[in-house]
Design a protein around this ligand. Structure first.
Ligand SMILES: Cc1ncc(COP(=O)(O)O)c(C=O)c1O
Length: 384
């Protein structure tokens, strides 16, 4: 077994599935003096934002920017397109699927749950079965998650969209942790509502949520009568027509997002998605090289969930990696607490960050008595 050689200076590397590191050019833009938003200068910024967002969403629809974390975007997709008592289904395969269920119930929707074992992806056929059931005729929405961040599982949204487009139900996709890192073609696949957040593959700090809706969804919005004010997308729609915003926007974050999306477009959609895929593959190989297993049965390209040896206390490991060794990863949630770690490889996370991350991971494991060959793991990130 190889000994891990530690450098004397502590790194400062963020490998959590949100927030993620921010490119230096974006950080520089955020340090510039603030200016007013009811100005031609900001109108031009809004135009660029819209173009960048349409590109990453792969849609011709307008994309609305809300000053909120991703959950605000999820809420907007309920209050603008549904009414109390509407019958919907939600896929629950982890913490964020569970959030759909709780949110739908909080707004008085009649929510049937498709429960999926953690670590597995929903079988699209199970959604079709619900829609075809005698009780399924009135289903108005199917709530899903592109990448279930609590498990690292990727949902086959393309296959689900093939199904839902033949029904009245809207397909709503929480793409908060994955848009910009996983393929998700809103128009081509026929997704009705896509939601994402700024702090993951979109490479800026937390604070913005983005929502886009299909024509089918907008037709539904006409009758949707849930109470809303700040999240009323019709206000955002009306303002956008006048190249304006309904409320004071997070100007600095908007500027940051424009630059991050410019970089995304400069690299190109396919290339960025491919890069995340390569990093994900290398991360899984590195995991294997350390004698460990990937938790997810349908692993995503944006994060990897790694099962820890039974002898290791995952909560202590995460704390040690962060506080003593300078690498922040996420721990497990709910029953996975202490049993897994979650490592992101999306957005501005580079191969060298993951190489250092794995070196430190090996060091932390060794401190808890689990010895493994970290050299082979680190090698996986060479020449990417
Ligand atoms: C898939 C998914 N959905 C929803 C959320 C919630 O987003 P936020 O914490 O930005 O409100 C997250 C955040 O981690 C997520 O990963």
């Amino acid at each position: 077994m190889e000994e891990t050689t530690m450098t004397t200076t502590k790194p400062n590397i963020l490998l959590t599935p949100g927030p993620t590191p921010v490119p230096p050019e974006v950080l520089e833009i955020m340090s510039r003096p603030i200016f007013h938003h009811r100005t031609p200068q900001f109108r031009s910024v809004l135009k660029q934002l819209q173009e960048g967002l349409k590109y990453v969403f792969q849609t011709k629809q307008d994309v609305y920017t809300i000053c909120a974390s991703g959950t605000g975007g999820m809420e907007a997709s309920i209050v603008n397109f549904f009414s109390p008592g509407d019958h919907v289904i939600a896929v629950n395969s982890g913490k964020f699927g569970e959030r759909w269920v709780k949110m739908a119930q909080a707004f008085g929707l009649k929510c049937d749950v498709i429960s999926v074992e953690w670590g597995k992806a929903v079988d699209p056929i199970d959604i079709k079965k619900q829609l075809d059931a005698p009780t399924g005729k009135d289903i108005k929405g199917v709530f899903t998650t592109l990448c279930e961040t609590s498990t690292g599982v990727l949902t086959d949204i393309k296959a689900i969209a093939q199904i839902t487009k033949n029904y009245q139900a809207l397909l709503i996709v929480d793409a908060i942790s994955a848009l910009g890192g996983e393929d998700c073609k809103m128009d081509e696949w026929g997704i009705d509502i896509v939601i994402t957040g700024s702090q993951k593959a979109l490479m800026i700090p937390p604070g913005l949520a983005f929502v886009a809706a299909s024509q089918k969804a907008w037709n539904r919005a006409k009758d949707a009568n849930l109470t809303k004010f700040y999240l009323d997308l019709k206000k955002y729609q009306k303002s956008l027509l006048e190249e304006d915003v309904p409320f004071t926007p997070a100007i600095t974050l908007v500027l940051a997002q424009v630059e991050a999306l410019r970089q995304f477009k400069e690299d190109g959609y396919d290339k960025v998605i491919h890069r995340a895929k390569k990093l994900a593959e290398a991360t899984r190989k590195a995991t294997q090289a350390m004698g460990l297993k990937t938790y997810s049965k349908a692993p995503s390209n944006v994060l990897t969930t790694i099962e820890l040896p039974a002898s290791v206390d995952g909560s202590k490991l995460v704390k040690m990696m962060r506080d003593e060794l300078g690498v922040t990863v996420a721990g497990g949630q709910d029953h996975l607490k202490g049993k897994v770690i979650r490592i992101a490889h999306m957005g501005f996370i580079r191969p060298q960050d993951l190489a250092t991350g794995f070196k430190i991971f090996g060091e932390a494991l060794a401190r808890q008595g689990y010895q493994c060959d970290v050299t082979k793991a680190v090698e996986q990130f060479k020449n990417l």
